[in-house]
Write a protein that binds this ligand. Structure first.
Ligand SMILES: Nc1ncnc2c1ncn2[C@@H]1O[C@H](COP(=O)(O)OP(=O)(O)OP(=O)(O)O)[C@@H](O)[C@H]1O
Ligand SMILES: [Mg+2]
Length: 291
């Protein structure tokens, strides 16, 4: 899985054809992001322009420090551009206040992190329920929605488990259920398979492909691994805060076809895996960019 020498099976043309006429889910227009560290300024994004249409599945690649997480945080309304515009579903959100952005985020966007970011002393079901509280979903509706989201990621029977009683892959599935619970139209995942073994990574990609294919969710993931990007429909590459490549994936990998050909973890491996994963507790499932 970490064979970074593998070349992406990608066509060298820029996509977007076929989606013309639709309002893009994401439109960035000359987006810059500077981090002000007093004496020095870090130019994390240097004029990014792109469109992502409803139903796309995009992989964002690029070396460490190239601006991927900075981009995702802006797309996820966790941060704002220093300059340039971000249109989400056609609406300019670049000038909104933190409070307004938080509201939009809870209605439209699900976010998944590399470190899962589950609350450790809280059951899977309660972790998934949290965003419904912030979204003001009525009490009687919350649990039902959380159960439904857990079912969608195949974890209905683990609702009462705490994160420490779940494998890494299961914890990431809980995190995906939490991202889905408010029925977003956009799912953003920053290195969702970065802490997982190859089989578990493909299981996560299967869930993302299914959400994209069957539920029409627009999906954007960050990954360092060409094998993982191969599950997307389109790949973007970043270098030094600029987008240097935008290609359609050729001969896309389909997780549901690959999984049956892979060996299954035996019971002992699964227990070892649970013992080796430590959940990260963030206050609300959100966090600063993972390094
Ligand atoms: N909060 C911050 N304050 C100051 N500089 C930051 C901050 N976050 C990121 N940076 C800097 O911005 C640049 C882009 O960082 P970013 O986290 O977006 O990279 P990345 O592509 O996600 O890298 P990685 O693959 O290691 O996760 C880097 O130079 C980084 O040091
Ligand atoms: Mg990053």
């Amino acid at each position: 899985m970490s064979d970074s020498s593998t070349k992406l099976n990608a066509a060298p043309q820029t996509p977007a054809a076929g989606a013309m006429g639709n309002v893009p889910t994401i439109r960035l227009d000359g987006v810059h992001k500077n981090y002000d560290l007093g004496e020095i300024q870090v130019h994390a994004l240097r004029g990014v322009t792109m469109e992502i249409y409803p139903g796309e599945f995009v992989a964002v690649m690029g070396s460490s420090g190239s601006g991927k997480s900075t981009l995702m945080n802006i797309l996820g309304c966790l941060d704002k551009p220093t300059r340039g515009r971000y249109f989400l579903d056609g609406k300019d959100v670049s000038g909104l206040t933190k409070h307004e952005l938080a509201k939009i985020r809870s209605q439209k966007i699900g976010f998944v992190f590399q470190q899962f970011n589950l609350l450790s002393r809280t059951s899977a079901l309660e972790n998934v329920e949290l965003p419904t509280i912030y979204a003001g979903v009525p009490l009687e509706e919350r649990e039902r929605r959380a159960e439904e989201a857990l079912k969608r990621v195949g974890l209905a029977d683990r609702a009462d488990h705490f994160p420490s009683q779940l494998s890494g892959g299961q914890q990431q599935r809980v995190a995906i259920a939490r991202a889905l619970v408010n029925s977003p139209s956009l799912l953003l995942a920053d290195e969702p398979t970065g802490n997982l073994d190859s089989r578990t990574s493909i299981e996560i990609m299967q869930i993302l492909q299914e959400l994209n294919q069957e539920h029409g969710l627009t999906v954007v993931i960050v990954t360092h691994e060409p094998d993982i990007a191969q599950f997307a429909k389109r790949a973007l590459e970043f270098r030094d805060g600029k987008m240097i490549k935008d290609v359609l994936i050729q001969r896309r990998s389909i997780a549901a076809e690959i999984l049956p050909t892979l060996p299954v973890l035996d019971e002992e491996d699964a227990l070892d895996e649970i013992a080796s994963t430590q959940p990260e507790a963030g206050p609300n499932g959100n966090s600063t960019p993972q390094k």
